[in-house]
Design a protein around this ligand. Structure first.
Ligand SMILES: [Mg+2]
Length: 401
């Protein structure tokens, strides 16, 4: 079998804006920042594989096209060798970035899909077989109503996320709503302005709520400060979503700065990189809960295959309710049963994209726009003030609602 072509499918995620908003470049959802990039790798035997690249999809599309020249004519079965060929071919661009990581990921994922289809086996069965038939997932809730909706949908775990100051009263309200038997996590999103002192203060205020983990209390790149938070907060810590490859995740794992490592299945480097990261974590008694925050539906399938095959799988993040069109661009959504996603059993990854649907959502831009007319202005007192003003008042926790 030989690779004959590499196709990319880039799309804007979210509702289309009004004509007036579009003229100003403002998208209704995700502040205009969300793109998904899918790839298909074609072969001379008619089998093709599908993959997904996250990180900075609009830029990664160019990287994938660059890599295509190194793939044409190659045997798609040699997954690890081809990964290394591409990795070394772009080494001068930097080895830890999400652009290279994302491009390698989508391509490698598609090669696994080809191999599975060619052998008539689901990918997990080519990775050493499965530990489990269902993968536990968690959703996102910031209010009692959202928490109840997730419980009603069968979720047994949920995360309270903040982009500004952590509001402890919101965490308390979610915990109060779900009771002691449901796992609750907090994500502080590791903003560059978060100091270790603030993160420690927040963490100590969160200790009474029996959290499964406290995610990105500070910027994950701030390694030495991470140790200070760890030494002073009695909650399991989690991080790693912005990092790619075994070398990017290595400091967090090797120094045991986290209890839960969170590589992103669309940008960490591919299915094999995810499994290598899991093995590094396993050696340090660290579990894995892959990040899915900006991922589309194909990478979610890849995450299920990875999570089925590793002993230290904790839970998979789920973005089921991020955009109503999510399931329209794939052949069939994964099946949620009792707070878990069922493991696919068909050959390959078990999912395909629908190019006609993707084409209905052309990419416009891939960075956040903060419209000045809907509350996202920079001025003091607006909801997003903390992103631009780093006063002590804004970056510390909100102890009272
Ligand atoms: Mg996060």
């Amino acid at each position: 079998m030989k690779i004959t072509g590499v196709e990319t499918y880039l799309m804007q995620v979210g509702a289309r804006p009004s004509a007036a908003s579009e003229a100003k470049g403002i998208y209704a959802d995700f502040r205009g920042s969300r793109n998904w990039l899918f790839v298909r790798i074609l072969t001379d035997e008619g089998i093709y594989g599908v993959g997904e690249c996250s990180g900075w999809p609009r830029v990664i599309e160019t990287a994938v096209k660059d890599y295509a020249n190194l793939l044409i004519g190659e045997d798609p079965a040699d997954i690890d060798r081809l990964w290394s060929k591409l990795f070394i071919g772009s080494m001068g661009h930097g080895v830890l970035g999400t652009v290279g990581g994302g491009a390698l990921t989508g391509i490698e994922m598609a090669l696994w899909d080809i191999k599975g289809k060619a052998l008539g086996q689901p990918v997990w069965n080519l990775l050493g077989g499965k530990f489990r038939d269902r993968i536990p997932v968690y959703g996102h809730a910031k209010t009692p109503a959202q928490a109840k909706a997730l419980l009603g949908a069968g979720y047994r775990a949920m995360k309270v996320s903040f982009t500004g100051a952590v509001d402890v009263s919101k965490v308390a309200a979610v915990r109060e709503t779900v009771g002691p038997e449901i796992d609750v996590m907090v994500d502080a999103h590791g903003p560059s302005w978060a100091t270790p002192q603030d993160a420690i203060q927040v963490g100590r205020a969160l200790e009474p709520f029996d959290l499964l983990f406290y995610e990105d209390p500070i910027a994950p790149e701030n390694i030495d400060a991470f140790q200070r938070v760890r030494d002073n907060v009695n909650i399991p810590l989690a991080a790693g979503e912005r990092l790619s490859t075994i070398w990017g995740l290595r400091p967090l794992i090797e120094r045991e700065l986290v209890d839960v490592v969170q590589p992103d299945t669309g940008r960490a480097g591919g299915i094999t990189q995810m499994r290598k990261i899991a093995a590094m974590a396993e050696a340090h008694y660290i579990s894995m809960a892959p990040h899915s925050g900006s991922l589309g539906p194909v990478a979610e399938f890849a995450a299920l295959h990875v999570m089925a095959t590793i002993p230290n799988a904790l839970m998979l993040e789920r973005m089921e309710f991020d955009w109503p069109g999510r399931n329209t661009v794939i052949s069939a959504p994964p099946v949620l049963v009792d707070g878990c996603l069922a493991l696919p059993t068909t050959p390959g990854l078990g999912v395909d994209i629908i190019p006609e649907e993707i084409a209905r959502h052309p990419s416009v831009r891939n960075v956040s726009i903060l419209p000045e007319d809907d509350g996202w202005a920079y001025e003091t007192g607006t909801p997003n003030e903390a992103v631009y003003f780093q006063t002590r008042l804004q970056r510390r926790l909100k102890l009272k609602g």
